[in-house]
Design a protein around this ligand. Sequence first.
Ligand SMILES: NC(=O)c1ccc[n+]([C@@H]2O[C@H](COP(=O)([O-])OP(=O)(O)OC[C@H]3O[C@@H](n4cnc5c(N)ncnc54)[C@H](OP(=O)(O)O)[C@@H]3O)[C@@H](O)[C@H]2O)c1
Length: 257
Amino acid sequence: MTAKSVAIVTGASQGIGRATALRLARDFSAIVLVARDKDDLEKAATEVQGIGADPLVCALDLRQPQSAEAIVKGTLERFGRIDALLNIAGAVPQIDLFEMTDAQWEDGMALKLHGARRLTIRAWDALKASHGSVVFISGSAALDPKPGFAAVAATNAAIIALAKAFAEQGIKDGVQVNSVVPGPVMTGRRQSFFEKWAPAHNVTVEEAIEKFPEEAGISRYGRPDEIADLLGYLVSPAAKWMTGSSLRMDGGEIKGI
Ligand SMILES: NC(=O)c1ccc[n+]([C@@H]2O[C@H](COP(=O)([O-])OP(=O)(O)OC[C@H]3O[C@@H](n4cnc5c(N)ncnc54)[C@H](OP(=O)(O)O)[C@@H]3O)[C@@H](O)[C@H]2O)c1
């Protein structure tokens, strides 16, 4: 079967990735959903189908080098093309710089940086053929690094640089590449951060969740669907001339220019 337009979304089982898979199901004829949890992916796939796109579930660990090959091969066998790649999966540990082990650094980088890098390289020929689009998800920690989340900051800064490097090649190859830099978005990842952070600071999880936006200098948390809408725009024909850009969507969290 050849679909008209095909998007691969990583991290599609939860949070921002799941919201993005559902958002893109309105514009693409097929969505490839990638993450580890098959049950959650199947649930998201049912919703994708309900919206009108054909889903393909790839329950794989992106830290494993062979996953990129399996995703691209599976997508091309089923749909014959790749028009957009959304590198969203990420789970970098939020641990103090002086406590974080080499293994924890390597694990965070293995998924968010190298998983995304390998998948983009493996999908590149298909993206060239379709004049397709790639978006990488970074995070506002990249622009305001602190010792409490040094690995998140360093990995997200590396993602912005990686996206720039792909974008430079993409100008020659006809592939559009951008990165998006979200601020605090309420997802399972952020909830579990507060579950660890609150007891260590002698507050309840509810209090920590309520107080954080003010401390971060924002009026509220972002929603996954708000980031998904921006991603939907970036891979739409309207954004085609935008490439090599890094777009913040953070409720005004980053105060510098
Ligand atoms: N939420 C925020 O405030 C925020 C802010 C800035 C940037 N971001 C970035 O946005 C992205 C999504 O964050 P989120 O908050 O939506 O997180 P989330 O709800 O925890 O979702 C993370 C996604 O990544 C997948 N994933 C985790 N480990 C994986 C692995 N080894 N292989 C394949 N997939 C894996 C998860 O699925 P499985 O567990 O099923 O594998 C899940 O679908 C991340 O890159 C994060 O750094 C988030």
